[in-house]
Design a binder for this molecule. Structure first.
Ligand code: DX5
Ligand code: ZN
Length: 215
């Protein structure tokens, strides 16, 4: 089983509702929401208001990827806005264990994201508390970047680590995922695939998603 999560960062914001409907009609069950603060990453994107606005118009679950400093300050706002899962960056959380507990207190699934240069050791002592690991396959901050090929080994390393210590955890990958790069990530052990440009920059979203699912 694999899951494709379209990242609405690549959608046309002037008609976000229609964009979301187009991927929902293509069979998508979960959206990826990229939150950037201009500090942890250079770019600024969107906040809880977008989650709140989408909530009544979609049946899709919402997976919020916080690329922000001090995420603890905003977790309750995103939970109240109606998201289903939150991932935080290990690099942004000095008290990662506490941040994970906070996400779970709101009844949400918790993920930890790792930048390309961050070793997987960063999650070693929290794997029993989380639901998924997000291996960044680009440096976070922008859509449309090229996949970093060295990340395939990191996915495989994470997969081997999880098989031993937390076999229920899912590996999500994010950044530069398209019909060319998805296969190697799958073979290395990833099962959730975030795709921005490879979905929203294509005229036919149903076809785009089918092509990704075909691996
Ligand atoms: C990068 C974001 C990604 C991005 C993916 O900082 O976390 O989710 O939107 O976009 P593509 O698929 O275009 O690389
Ligand atoms: Zn993301």
């Amino acid at each position: 089983m694999i899951t494709i999560l379209p990242s609405i960062l690549a959608a046309d914001f002037s008609k976000l509702g229609d964009e979301v409907r187009s991927v929902e009609e293509a069979g998508v069950e979960m959206l990826h929401i990229d939150v950037m603060d201009g500090h942890f990453v250079p770019n600024i994107s969107m906040g809880p208001l977008v989650v709140q606005a989408l909530k009544p118009i979609t049946r899709c679950a919402m997976d919020v990827h916080l690329m922000i400093e001090d995420p603890d300050r905003y977790i309750s706002d995103f939970a109240r806005a109606g998201c289903d899962r939150i991932s935080v960056h290990a690099e942004a959380c000095p008290h990662l264990h506490r941040t994970i507990q906070l996400i779970k207190q709101f009844g949400l699934k918790a993920g930890v994201a790792l930048n390309p240069a961050t070793p997987i050791d960063a999650i070693r002592h929290v794997v029993s508390d989380i639901d998924f690991v997000l291996i960044m396959t680009v440096n976070p901050g922008f859509g449309g970047q090229a996949f970093i090929p060295q990340m395939v080994d990191k996915i495989a390393e994470t997969s081997a680590f999880l098989a031993k210590h937390a076999p229920h955890l899912v590996i999500q990958v994010d950044g530069g995922i398209n019909k060319e790069t998805i296969k190697a990530c799958y073979q290395a052990g990833a099962r959730e695939f975030v795709a921005g440009s490879a979905v929203f920059n294509q005229p036919d979203r149903t076809l785009a998603i089918k092509e990704l699912q075909a691996l």
